[in-house]
Design a protein around this ligand. Structure first.
Ligand SMILES: Nc1ncnc2c1ncn2[C@@H]1O[C@H](COP(=O)(O)OP(=O)(O)O)[C@@H](O)[C@H]1O
Ligand SMILES: [Mg+2]
Length: 344
């Protein structure tokens, strides 16, 4: 069995990249592996010599988003075991695609609205189809950068007009990232630790600046009132773990805020069951679900899905739930688990 791990050794890996953990796993277990640069000519020919192909590509890398899916889908089509697989990732970083997919299995999700012309949007507004506040999202992005609360019909009309004319940039805002870091830092030590990561963020940002202007659609979700947090719930095979994320002070968004908690009681049996069910029905090898728990009904609602997330933050949960909802005191190392499941 030969494993290929895809990245360019001349580019600095983001600290949250899973490739380092994959290498560590192979070394520990005496498994032969090779680092392969995915950006080279004839990369597919090179990779056809391997059995398992792993690539933790990121939505912050423009070139990865251009070609990673093409390379991995080609290899999967030729019978290779790849991660992320087509099922895990054809919809990656496209919230509209995720919405259609989740609707197809009636997963618990917010009522979603998508319009592909200003006329359709205007008609829906005039028919009073939606209530306010409502959440508007761009298809791509992470860390809450492209998620916006809209409070009135007037504001929605303005947003719609922009999305059907000049559009909106999908590049992350450095100011938003920096301000949420400072607001959520309870003490100086944490703040300094986070600030050290800013050069890394600046690098991601200069890269992200290449990102598209988004236009030609309006994507809206019903607003789910929260109890001060959301949950990143991860399902890999028969194991499920979580990261609790406090919302940023004075607003409703958790993603990217950096204030985490690990109270297991917050993960209800209903959330565990719906996450396993969705992964089973959609054939995911590894999926991160963002759940907002409705503070009025207690129901867990999936607001987005993504195959990638911080595996280090997940290790801090110090365990996982099995399919019966029983907790096991053994940290869930997602990159390790992915190789174990692929070679099984
Ligand atoms: N429909 C919604 N109702 C209430 N809060 C939401 C809704 N959708 C997203 N949020 C909040 O906004 C944050 C960012 O939204 P998300 O769709 O996960 O975007 P991102 O890709 O930036 O993480 C979430 O972590 C959640 O706290
Ligand atoms: Mg999210």
């Amino acid at each position: 069995m030969k494993i290929a791990i895809l990245y360019d050794v001349n580019e600095r890996l983001h600290t949250t990249n899973w490739s380092l953990a994959w290498e560590e796993y192979c070394k520990k277990n005496n498994i032969a592996y090779q680092i392969v640069n995915p950006y080279k000519i004839e990369v597919v020919k090179t990779l056809l010599k391997f059995d398992i192909i792993l690539w933790h590509y990121s939505n912050y890398s423009f070139k990865d988003m251009l070609m990673a899916k093409n390379v991995l889908n080609t290899l999967e089509d030729r019978g290779k075991k790849v991660f992320p697989s087509f099922k895990d990732a054809w919809h990656f970083d496209d919230k509209l695609a995720e919405t259609y997919l989740l609707e197809s299995v009636e997963a618990p999700m917010p009522k979603s609205f998508y319009y592909y012309s200003l006329t359709e949007l205007d008609k829906a507004i005039n028919d009073k189809k939606m209530s306010f506040p409502i959440i508007a999202k761009l298809r791509g992005g992470s860390g809450s950068h492209n998620v916006k609360k809209i409070d009135s019909v007037e504001e929605l009309r303005k947003y719609g007009k922009q999305m059907f004319t000049s559009g909106l940039s999908s590049a992350p805002s450095l100011m938003y990232k920096a301000s949420s870091n400072i607001k959520s830092s309870k003490n100086l030590k944490i703040f300094i630790k986070r600030a050290k990561r800013i050069p890394e963020f600046l690098r991601s940002l200069s890269n992200a600046k290449k990102f598209n202007i988004e236009r030609g659609y309006v994507y809206l979700q019903e607003f789910i009132p929260n109890d001060g947090y959301d949950l990143k719930v991860v399902v890999v095979g028969d194991k499920l773990s979580f990261i609790g994320r406090n919302i940023r002070e004075g607003e409703y968004r958790a993603s990217g805020g950096g204030s985490l908690f690990y109270e297991r009681e917050k993960v209800t049996k209903e959330v565990i069951d719906s996450a396993f069910k969705t992964s089973d029905e959609l054939g995911f090898k590894c999926m991160g679900y963002d759940y907002v728990v409705n503070s009025k009904t207690g129901k867990g609602i999936i607001i987005e899905i993504s195959y990638g997330f911080s595996h280090q933050a997940l290790l801090d949960a110090n365990g996982y739930f099995d399919r019966n909802g029983k907790w096991h005191e053994e940290p869930l190392n997602v990159p390790y688990e992915i190789i174990e499941n692929l070679k099984a």
